[in-house]
Design a protein around this ligand. Structure first.
Ligand code: BTN
Length: 240
């Protein structure tokens, strides 16, 4: 395990993202990590809740203080953690999740993991949280039964959260050492939203088009009748 991360473990917590951001406000250094077995108020993107049965999920948040990374490139922090999570699941469980822009790890159309990035202050404290469904019972909570999946459902054996955490942090450290441009380039080639027809739901409306790329800031480029549009926020649904 690389020593650039300082890991704090919790049996139960409201939200690892909330805890790490509180520490950031109090001056915590880059590399602070919170890991919990259970969250009582787990949060997802766009104000959603993040539901996971107690135990069996990697619930982790990490503090970054990326020097010189402009605000419009902060998607790249999400991308770095998403790719590292995918690599960890692939290595430990022999399961290959796909990367859906901007923050999902999917198996088929079901969600294996999600990333929530939150930013505060100048220079920014960037808290990146990931929830990975590692070993879940076959019977899922009703509200997520149709949309979620866990790695053990595909691997056919238990997938241990600590093993996934170790690989995730190791690969993330290597990625961060490689720099944000390399992260953008890698995400561009791995993001499976590219080449798909998508529906983009934003606060000010919805449109459909073909996702043609991810730019150097990590924004999704979607081509429709009006030309290319750069998407930095909102929900993206794979239509085909
Ligand atoms: C999403 O797909 O909407 C993002 C989900 C992010 C969930 C993780 S679990 C660990 C961390 N703590 C939270 O409250 N949320 C993130």
């Amino acid at each position: 395990m690389t020593s650039r991360f300082e890991i704090h473990r919790f049996a139960t917590i409201d939200s690892t993202n909330t805890w790490v951001m509180e520490q950031a406000r109090n001056g915590a250094a880059e590399g602070l990590v919170a890991v919990a077995e259970e969250q009582t108020a787990g949060r997802g993107r766009l104000g959603r809740t993040w539901v996971s049965p107690p135990g069996g999920s990697l619930l982790m948040s990490l503090l970054l203080r990326p020097e010189g990374l402009p605000a419009d490139k902060l998607h790249l922090a999400t991308a770095a953690v998403a790719m590292s999570g995918a690599d960890a699941v692939s290595l430990i469980a022999d399961v290959q999740p796909s990367l859906k822009w901007p923050n999902d790890l999917l198996i088929g159309n079901r969600k294996l993991a999600g990333v929530l990035t939150e930013v505060e202050g100048v220079p920014p404290a960037v808290v990146v949280g990931i929830g990975i469904n590692c070993t879940w019972p076959d019977e899922l909570p009703a509200e997520i039964a149709d949309v979620a999946i866990a790695a053990n459902h595909v691997a056919g054996r238990p997938v241990h959260t600590e093993d996934v955490l170790d690989v995730l942090l190791e690969t993330l450290a290597t990625r961060l050492d490689g720099g944000w441009d390399a992260i953008a380039g890698e995400y561009r080639t791995r993001c499976e939203t590219v080449g798909r027809e998508v529906r983009v739901e934003m606060a000010d409306g919805t449109f459909t088009g073909m996702a043609t790329g991810v730019d150097e800031d990590g924004a999704l480029i979607v081509m429709n009748d009006d030309g290319p549009r750069r998407v930095i926020a909102g929900d993206v649904i794979h239509v085909r």
